[in-house]
Design a protein around this ligand. Sequence first.
Ligand SMILES: Nc1ncnc2c1ncn2[C@@H]1O[C@H](COP(=O)(O)OP(=O)(O)OP(=O)(O)O)[C@@H](O)[C@H]1O
Length: 705
Amino acid sequence: MANLFYNRYIPPSIGSGEEHNADTDLQRPRKRPKKSAPPTPKQSPEDNPHRKLLSKYEKSKKSTSEAAAGDPTQKPLNDASSPPQKDGEETEQHGLLPIPQPSPAPSAPKPSLSSALPDWIRHPLIVPSHSHRAFTDLPLPSTTIENLKNKGFRKTLPIQDTLLQLLLPKSAPPPSGDICVSAPTGSGKTLAYALPMVENLKDMPARRLRGLIIVPTRELVAQTKEILDLCARGSGLKIGIAVGTRALGEERHLLLKKGQRYDIDAYLESKNKVIDEMADLMNWDFDALKDFSGIDEIPLLPGWVTDYTSKLDILICTPGRLVEHLNSTPGFNLHSVQWMIIDEADRLLDASFQQWVDTVMPQLEYLPPLNPLERKLHGTFRVGVRKREVRKVLLSATMTRDVSKLMGLKLSKPKLVVLDNGKLEDDAAEEEEKGTSTDGHVFTIPPSLTEIAINIDDTNDKPLYLLEILEYGIKPPGPSHNKTKEKSPALSSPSSSSSSTSSSTTSTSSSTTSPSPPTTHGTLIFTSSTPTTTRLTHLLHLLRPSLSPQIHPLTKHTPLKTRRKLLSLLSHPPPSPSTKPNRTLPVIITTDLLAHGIDIPALYQVINYSVPASVKDYVHRVGRTARAGREGRAVTLLEGQQARWFWNEIARGEQVGRGGRGVERGRVDMSKWKREEEGEEVGGERAQYEAALRELGDAARGGGK
Ligand SMILES: Nc1ncnc2c1ncn2[C@@H]1O[C@H](COP(=O)(O)OP(=O)(O)OP(=O)(O)O)[C@@H](O)[C@H]1O
């Protein structure tokens, strides 16, 4: 019955129509051609529009198979080059036999992937997971140590310990070479690069844009600025941001100061340029019009030219906005940049983001022309080739080992730094030798994270599974609910996929019996698309109107100010209306927009309502909780064939390191939502669910109440 309603009342596409169409249960994993992509849920034969075609193919497969059985030279069935026979068509031989083919040459042994990697990737610097140090033991100014202390940071986290020693200016040995960092989510990578950058760039003469930090999203820009401001307080450094929220022109004024300087060479060059441009225009060269530098470029006094100086020492930006400024803001360049940080590097290198690498790299290689004195010295003493030193630091929880992607960044004497969290590079290399590893990536899950996977018996009930999980934390089941649920928790863990003896499901979900109040709150739910997010939120509001003020969608359409407010809700939830502390509230439903880098320190749990599109996406999503050693849990809802993909690739796959821990199997008691026997009237909560689905369908068609 619900199946029927659901299919009828939820049309395939509502809202912006982005990402992909919705499917019957509000979700559909993104299709990826990669081997590790999860399968989409199975369709019933009635729903399959290609049923006829498939049955024809099956018939053809069968007939070819029979023919092949009698003729050993027949092509194998799975040969992609042989198209399926038409329905009912017999294979006609006409007495002809295929020309005998030589037997295939034995395939060469597959070269080990690890042996193809450069030395610096094969032999990383491993950071022990227990290395800590008091900030007072590091060469940092007392004001900075005080600022860190006020924030609650007294000791370094392990990755910080290593990077600070490698990168701080007064550390021994002196720093050299670029750094790639692979450390789990929430391990404190931001502070690990922010402190050295500030310490290296402060006390420089004259203000120039010397530091550049590139991150993939606006949220991350704002978050990174907070940490940079903390590290730079009292240093005199000016830190700014560039994101697409303001008009470009408005942002230009925040980046650059316009002035004039006396420079006769530049003056003559500029004058000639203007004359040439004017001449082009006189010749009606309309193409020249778009490049015309304008009257603005004509200096007021002979010998004087327009001069732009940076208002910032460090710029934090998204790649797209950076490219826009480089292409269109007069006077904006990266000619003085000495430090470039690429946070969430794998994500930034996976997508082109307006070919940011091709635009940024020539800027970093630019050498300013020598002044007359320098020219003379250069000629007289035959000073060697001038070279610009830009220190590059790349960081990610899923750092790419794809050398072709890294090559574009022209790393100099690179070093790979890996945080040891139970699965060292040696293990990975060994697996590759055995052919069990995919591409040398090993992603570590924070040790304080409990992972749970739950199989959905009926896809149409998936929203109800979610509701049960949320409600278990919201209020303990009362006597009106079924007895089974009272005895066993809604989310219980009867078995584990590994030999792990921990039963963290029980420990993390027993908030009502915990003697001390929980230090973490809130739930972040990931869906596969914006329309699914919108509909799921609406459905939960319809099902539980009293909770709707605490359940919010956050999508790409949510204004930045609202996004910030919602994220701070997760860290500092308002007092719960119920008497008992409510761990799962508030709830934010979102897409992969929030999967990377966002720091919600006290987030209690992540729920993968839609299965993530890749192992990497899983690692980043679940990494929004269990940060900096805090406890957290991640629940993944699985339907049909997705379960096999999840258990093979994520739970037991070679790409994920858990230090011997495993993913637990969870269970949700759904007895209260059971359908009535066929023919009987549907009553109670089930009827309410079906009414909510109808209302959702009406609203989607624009005919809602
Ligand atoms: N020295 C420290 N002591 C205690 N907490 C810290 C320390 N350094 C950072 N943190 C906290 O650790 C959390 C995670 O830090 P951060 O956001 O830098 O992680 P990350 O490694 O960049 O994670 P992701 O890969 O998800 O972006 C933050 O809440 C931060 O405030």
